[in-house]
Design a protein around this ligand. Structure first.
Ligand code: C2E
Ligand code: CA
Length: 274
């Protein structure tokens, strides 16, 4: 269900999805799945990333690559953005009430971030769910943060005032200086999946990760590896002191109820704290 499409969606497919969007909102065909992040040093459960899905009546469960552009262009991105934030915060709060204390990350597209209401949407989601702001992580691409730099910096400042954490998605070591990351108030960088995939075969990549971790410790920035698919990658990343990992090696994304079961099994089999 979470396999990525092998080729980009065709224009015709996108037009079909654009026509189906109204129904998707009316009968709430959108839902979130959550993928665990594991602390590579302690093996503790560190958090989850919320990932959007569309249960399409004819095409089955669609991943965002198939429809995020359609949504972005639809003029209804504000609705999805608010819904995803509210749902992820409410779920995070429910886990918190069960005694689990871990971070919940939510992806933010450029269009979402550009919304005038974005900061107040985040504040409302936090207020209504009573979710601890320090456990909410907002993930942005580097290009989203680079666009309209002055406006972005003001909005990031306002978000930091709320107490949420800022993460840079698809990060390639060396592509941004710590001066820039610090000025944007970045708390977390997530190594890009293709970069992690090449790690074992590239001495240069290992050197870059090593340097990134060394500097990130000094700047209090956490490094998370995306797309960890096997034990060898996990070990190599842990040896380089990368803080946390996410990927099919640990778990595919699951609906919240399955994450509950994952948490129970994880505690039993790993003997590690949650
Ligand atoms: P992303 O933020 O890089 O999210 C991680 C993607 O990698 C997810 O795909 C996840 O299923 C996939 N993945 C996780 N582990 C592995 C692995 O070990 N190997 C491989 N090959 N893939 C792995 P997904 O859910 O299809 O999401 C695709 C992108 O859509 C996300 O990339 C994110 O940029 C965007 N997205 C997802 N949910 C939302 C959302 O709620 N709002 C917005 N604006 N964008 C979203
Ligand atoms: Ca992400």
């Amino acid at each position: 269900m979470d396999k990525e499409p092998t080729s980009p969606p065709s224009d015709e497919f996108k037009r079909e999805l654009a026509r189906d969007l109204n129904d998707a909102f009316e009968v709430t065909q959108f839902f979130l799945v959550y993928q665990p992040t594991i602390d590579l040093q302690t093996s503790a459960f560190a958090g989850v990333e919320a990932l959007l899905r569309w249960r399409h009546p004819r095409h089955g469960v669609l991943a965002p690559d198939a429809f995020i552009d359609v949504l972005d262009a639809s003029g209804r991105i504000a609705e999805v953005s608010r819904w995803a934030l509210a749902t992820a915060c409410a779920q995070g709060s429910a886990w918190h009430d069960k005694g689990y204390r871990f971070a919940v990350s939510v992806n933010v597209s450029s269009r979402q971030f550009a919304l005038a209401s974005f900061v107040s949407d985040v504040a409302n989601a936090l207020n209504e769910s009573r979710f601890d702001p320090s456990l909410l992580v907002l993930e942005f691409s580097q290009s989203t943060l680079a666009r309209e730099e002055a406006k972005a910096t003001k909005k990031l400042d306002d978000l930091k005032q709320l107490g949420v954490r800022i993460s840079v998605d698809d990060f390639v070591p060396g592509s941004s200086t710590f001066e820039t990351l610090d000025s944007l108030g970045v708390d977390i960088v997530k190594l890009a999946r293709p970069f992690v995939a090449d790690l074992l075969s590239s001495v240069n990549s290992i050197t870059l990760v090593h340097e990134l971790v060394r500097q990130s410790d000094a700047h209090h920035v956490q490094v998370i590896a995306s797309g960890v698919e096997d034990a060898e990658q996990r070990e190599r990343l842990a040896n380089e002191n990368v803080h946390a990992g996410q990927g099919y090696f640990f778990s595919e994304p699951h609906e919240a109820s399955e994450i509950d079961r994952f948490l129970e099994d994880f505690a039993i089999f790993s003997g590690k704290p949650l």
